[in-house]
Write a protein that binds this ligand. Structure first.
Ligand SMILES: Nc1ncnc2c1ncn2[C@@H]1O[C@H](COP(=O)(O)OP(=O)(O)OP(=O)(O)O)[C@@H](O)[C@H]1O
Ligand SMILES: [Mg+2]
Length: 259
């Protein structure tokens, strides 16, 4: 089973950015093979990583259900064989890692279907990879849909505000309530201003019993690259955001994964 790391949290907190930084870091540290999973129907992890997406799990689901309905599965292939075959096609070979994109189901299709196939895909593929990094959509709903069986580390990403910390605390509550198999939950506060965390915020973190993995500073370079459409993984490794994110990964991730 792949060591599974997921990011969750409110909209726009920096989940995709940090998931991208993490994949880039794991590749550089030679944790191979790495699978990145974009579980957000509004896929954009590929942009952070600088990869093109040609086919998503949403497309595959559509194709399978149409072929199955019309009795047009390729001769001699069972539905399971066909799913496996198509799944291989949906794996994007990136620079040093693979990427799987959920995408959105076509038409009025329900997300639960794409989610179901995503869960099936991550279960099937888990043995083929050393580490799996899952970028989730915003909010908490995906937690109840259980996109993966088990998660070794979940990062709840928060903006630097009390309300942000509250939202991260709800991730914690929901994990407990739904009895999700998440071994460790850590908070990352992102876009922290120069003066650092205020006492109020520190108290809130402690009050909710959240484990702070670390903070990532507000970094104008991230905005700059984003606005110019340059993949964020091309940021200099000594830029403020990347450097601090990597310190977190060094501390939290490295001791956990066996080479
Ligand atoms: N440390 C940072 N400093 C400056 N800008 C940042 C930082 N982290 C993220 N950003 C910017 O914040 C915006 C949101 O980031 P990102 O897309 O990673 O968030 P998200 O949580 O994945 O959003 P969504 O909920 O829409 O998926 C992006 O424009 C990104 O460039
Ligand atoms: Mg995102």
């Amino acid at each position: 089973m792949a060591y599974t790391i997921a990011v969750a949290g409110k909209g726009g907190t920096g989940k995709t950015t940090l998931a991208g930084f993490l994949i880039d870091y794991l590749v550089e540290k030679k944790f191979a093979p790495v699978l990145g999973v974009d579980a957000d129907p509004n896929a954009n992890l590929n942009e952070v990583l600088g990869e093109d997406v040609e086919i998503t799990l949403g497309d595959i689901r559509e194709d399978i259900s149409v072929k199955n309905r019309d009795g047009k599965l390729p001769g001699g292939m069972s539905k399971t064989d066909y799913i496996n075959y198509k799944l291989q096609q949906a794996i994007i070979e990136g620079h040093g890692f693979d990427l799987l994109v959920m995408g959105r189901p076509e038409g009025a299709g329900c997300y639960c279907f794409a989610n179901g196939i995503l869960r099936e895909a991550t279960d099937r593929l888990s043995d083929n990879y050393k580490v799996m990094v899952i970028d989730n959509e915003a909010g908490l709903e995906h937690l109840s849909r259980r996109t993966t069986k088990s998660v070794d580390i979940m990062f709840a990403v928060s903006e630097c505000s009390k309300r942000g910390i509250e939202a991260a605390a709800r991730v914690k509550e929901l994990i407990e309530e739904l009895k999700l198999d998440v071994k460790e939950l850590y908070l990352i506060v992102n876009r922290v201003p120069e003066e650092g965390l205020s006492d109020d915020i520190k108290q809130a973190i402690e009050g909710y019993g959240l484990k702070l993995a670390g903070i990532v500073p507000l970094d104008a370079k991230v905005f700059e690259y984003d606005n110019k459409g340059i993949p964020l993984v091309q940021l200099p490794k000594d830029s403020n955001a990347v450097k601090n994110a990597r310190q977190i990964f060094d501390k939290i991730i490295i001791p956990q994964i066996k080479m």
